[in-house]
Each structure stands twice: as C-alpha cells, then as structure tokens.
Design a protein around this ligand. Structure first.
Ligand SMILES: C[S@@+](CC[C@H](N)C(=O)[O-])C[C@H]1O[C@@H](n2cnc3c(N)ncnc32)[C@H](O)[C@@H]1O
Length: 205
C-alpha cells in the first residue's frame, strides 16, 4: 500500500471515542476499575499494565493515528479485551467523557515531546486536562506522571501544587518508583540506558 493509502487507513480505522458525550464505563464491559493511559505511544505500558492487573478496564488515548491503529491491532491479536483505544487529543476526548468520579488511576508516561515555545499549546498537561482529570477521577485516585526532562518535571510539580483538588504524594512531589508496575517504552529505554527519570505521584482529594 502507498504511504498515502496507509495514512488514510490509519486515519479511517484508528478507533475513536463515540460522538458527543460518552461513558467511559461503557467502553469495556465488566466491573473492574477504570484506568487511563494518556499518550501511550508504542503501547508497552498498556500490555504491561494488563498483565499485572487483568481485572482493570484500561483506556489508552493517543493522538497519533498510526500508533493508535497499530497498538489496537496488536491488542486484538492478543485478544486483550480489557483495553480500549481512543485516538485523538486527550484534552478534547476527556472533555466529553462521563461519568464524573469513575476513574481510579491515570498515567502520563513521558508526555509532551514539544520543545519550541510556539508548540506550548500542544502540551497535554495543563489546566484543561487537569480540570477534566479532577472531574473524572475518584477521590483518592492516583495520577502518575514521569519524564526524563528535569525542567518539565519541575513544571508538572508546580502545576499540581497550583491545581486545587490534587495532593502530591511526597513533600518534593517525586517518588522513587513507578507505582503502577507497568513500564512504558520510553521508561524501559531510559532504565536500560541508565538515564534519570523524574516520577511524580499525586492523589485526587
Ligand atoms: C514522548 S511520547 C511517550 C510515549 C509513551 N507514553 C512512552 O512513554 O513510551 C508522547 C506521546 O504522547 C502522545 N500525545 C501527545 N499529546 C497528546 C494528546 N494531546 N493526546 C493524546 N496523546 C498525546 C504523542 O503522540 C506521543 O505518542
């Protein structure tokens, strides 16, 4: 297939959220806790998370159509029915998601690969996303963010300190280990290369 044919296929066949307001609880059948993995990239964290917590209902959101399409295909091949993929901008999708107080935990592994000032508006972590996460998360639900960029980590800690309704899990905001026992592709690579990773954990009040 030509490049443009492939791009068309990714765009047309990447799974999308239902139109309008929609229920996260109806995306995957069952009673399990709902987890979000925002910007899952090549998807390792989805596979590792479903292995450690097969009873969870895991919803991955990824803006890149090619990644959403490919990871969805791999999930189907492994018949992993407790993971759902939504392709699109998490800030837009979560604005339409219901019900409030339904999400047990949220992971953002190595978000925001944008460095230029003019790309600031692309950054997923900001007031819009944190407002929706606060609305959707259960009280005491866990929000985990990790990055290999120190100044970004400092920004995320500052944003969480400034956002009412979240409490950082430590005085500094940082924790030593990934609390979800599921590595992302970037995390695995950073560990293998011996690079530092800043890990931030907060709970919803
Ligand atoms: C640096 S990559 C990290 C991928 C993966 N989480 C990992 O750690 O290996 C950041 C990912 O976030 C995705 N992303 C960026 N902004 C997003 C948004 N607004 N909504 C959903 N995904 C987004 C990018 O497409 C990319 O796949």
């Amino acid at each position: 297939m030509s490049d443009s044919g492939l791009r068309w296929r990714y765009r047309e066949e990447a799974p999308r959220a239902p139109e309008g307001r929609f229920s996260l609880e109806e995306l995957i059948e069952g009673p399990g806790p709902i987890e979000l993995d925002i910007g899952f990239g090549r998807g390792l964290s989805l596979f590792e998370r479903t292995a450690v917590s097969p009873g969870s209902r895991i919803i991955g959101i990824e803006v890149k159509t090619k990644l959403a399409y490919k990871v969805n295909g791999r999930l189907q091949k492994h018949d992993l029915q407790n993971v759902a993929i939504l392709c699109g901008d998490a800030r837009e999708i979560l604005k339409r998601a219901e019900p409030a107080g339904s999400v047990q935990q949220v992971a953002l592994h190595f978000p925001d690969p944008w460095w230029k000032k003019r790309h600031d508006k692309r950054r997923v972590i900001g007031e819009a996303l944190l407002t929706e996460l606060h609305r959707l998360m259960k009280p005491s639900g866990a929000l985990f963010i990790q990055t290999d960029v120190e100044h970004r980590a400092e920004q995320y800690v500052g944003q969480l300190q400034d956002t009412a309704g979240f409490t950082l899990a430590s005085d500094t905001g940082y924790v030593d280990a990934n609390p979800f026992n599921a590595r992302s592709n970037r995390e695995k690579r950073a560990i293998e290369d011996g690079l530092p990773v800043w890990r931030i954990l907060a709970t919803r009040d």
